[in-house]
Design a protein around this ligand. Structure first.
Ligand code: ADP
Ligand code: MG
Length: 274
C-alpha cells in the first residue's frame, strides 16, 4: 500500500521527530476510521518522553484501544505518523514514497513494543516459563538457556518466583496478568502499552498488578496505560491524557487534570468516574 498523504512530509521534519522520540513515542496527525465510517481517531498528536508514564483516560468508544493498537501495528492508520524510540512505525521511505512493511520488518518493529491487554492472553497449554521464553526463542533466536535464565529473573521481578512450572489456569487473574507483564518484558521492549490491564480482575487483585506497573515506571520504562483506576493515575502518571470521540480533549499533570480540569467534557467525565 502506498500512502501518498505521507509523502508530502519534509524529511527534515521526520528526522527531527525521530530524534526527539528516542526512547519515547511520538504521534503526529494520526487518523483512523473503519470501513469508511467516521473517524475513530481524528488527528491525534501525542508525545511521550523516554521514561514517562502516561495514563490515557476517556469514555468507552473514544478510541483509546485503537490508538494503542495503531502504535503496536495491530491496526493500520489512514494517515499520520508514529515513531517509537526514534523508529518510524509501520512504513518506510524507499527514497520517493512511504511504503508498507515487509513481514520481517513488521515483526522487528512490533517486537520493540510490549503490549498488555485486559484479557491476559497467556497460552493455556504452556507453563509460565514456556509462555515467557516463547517469543525470545522464536522471534529473537535467543539461546534457550539464556531465555530461561532471563525468564526466571522476570518471574521473580513480578513476585512469582517458584511458579515457573505452573499453568495459567493454576494462577489467579492477578498472577496471570503479572506473568503477561513478565512475558512482555522478556522481549526487552522500548515501551510498554497497557490497555485496561486491571479491568478483568476481581477488585482484591487489582493492587498487585498496579504495584508491578508502579515498579516498572520507577525503573524508567516508558509506558502508556489506559485505565479507569484514577487513584493510580493520580499517583503514578507523569501526565494524564483525556480522550473523547477520537481526539485528545485535554492533557496535563495529574494534579491539574483532577483538581482543575479546563474542559467541560473532562469535568463531566471525571465527575462520573471519581
Ligand atoms: P475505547 O478503547 O476508548 O473504548 P476503541 O478504540 O475500542 O475505544 O473504539 C473506538 C471506536 O472504534 C468505537 O466506536 C468502536 O466501535 C470502533 N471500532 C474499534 N475497533 C473496530 C473495528 N475493528 N471495526 C469497526 N469498528 C471498530
Ligand atoms: Mg478500549
Amino acid at each position: 500500500v502506498i500512502r501518498d498523504d505521507l509523502t508530502a512530509r519534509p524529511p527534515a521534519e521526520a528526522a527531527e521527530a525521530a530524534g526527539a522520540a528516542a526512547g519515547g513515542i511520538l504521534i503526529r496527525s494520526l487518523t483512523k476510521s473503519f470501513g469508511g465510517g467516521p473517524r475513530v481517531l481524528d488527528g491525534i498528536d501525542l508525545t511521550v518522553e523516554r521514561g514517562q508514564l502516561i495514563c490515557l483516560v476517556g469514555p468507552s468508544g473514544s478510541g483509546k484501544s485503537t490508538l494503542l493498537r495503531c502504535v503496536n501495528l495491530l491496526e493500520s492508520p489512514d494517515s499520520g505518523m508514529i515513531w517509537v524510540s526514534g523508529m518510524l512505525m509501520g512504513r518506510h521511505f524507499d527514497g520517493h514514497r512511504v511504503r508498507a512493511l515487509r513481514p520481517a520488518e513488521y515483526r522487528r518493529q512490533q517486537s520493540r513494543i510490549g503490549m498488555i491487554f485486559q484479557q491476559f492472553n497467556l497460552f493455556p497449554h504452556l507453563t509460565v516459563l514456556e509462555n515467557i521464553i516463547e517469543a525470545p526463542l522464536s522471534v529473537r533466536g535467543v539461546p534457550r538457556a539464556e531465555a530461561v535464565a532471563r525468564a526466571e529473573e522476570l518471574v521473580a521481578r513480578v513476585g512469582l518466583a517458584g511458579r515457573e512450572r505452573a499453568y495459567p489456569r493454576e494462577l489467579s487473574g492477578g498472577q496471570q496478568q503479572r506473568i503477561a507483564i513478565a512475558r512482555a518484558l522478556a522481549m526487552d521492549p522500548d515501551v510498554l502499552l497497557c490497555d485496561e490491564p486491571t479491568s478483568a480482575l476481581d477488585p482484591e487483585l487489582v493492587g498487585e498488578v498496579l504495584n508491578v506497573l508502579r515498579d516498572l515506571a520507577a525503573s524508567g520504562m516508558t509506558m502508556v496505560v489506559v485505565t479507569h483506576e484514577m487513584s493510580f493515575a493520580r499517583e503514578v502518571a507523569d501526565r494524564v491524557v483525556f480522550m473523547a470521540e477520537g481526539r485528545i480533549v485535554e492533557e496535563g499533570a495529574p494534579e491539574q487534570m483532577f483538581s482543575h480540569p479546563r474542559e467541560e467534557r473532562t469535568r463531566n467525565f471525571l465527575r462520573r468516574v471519581l
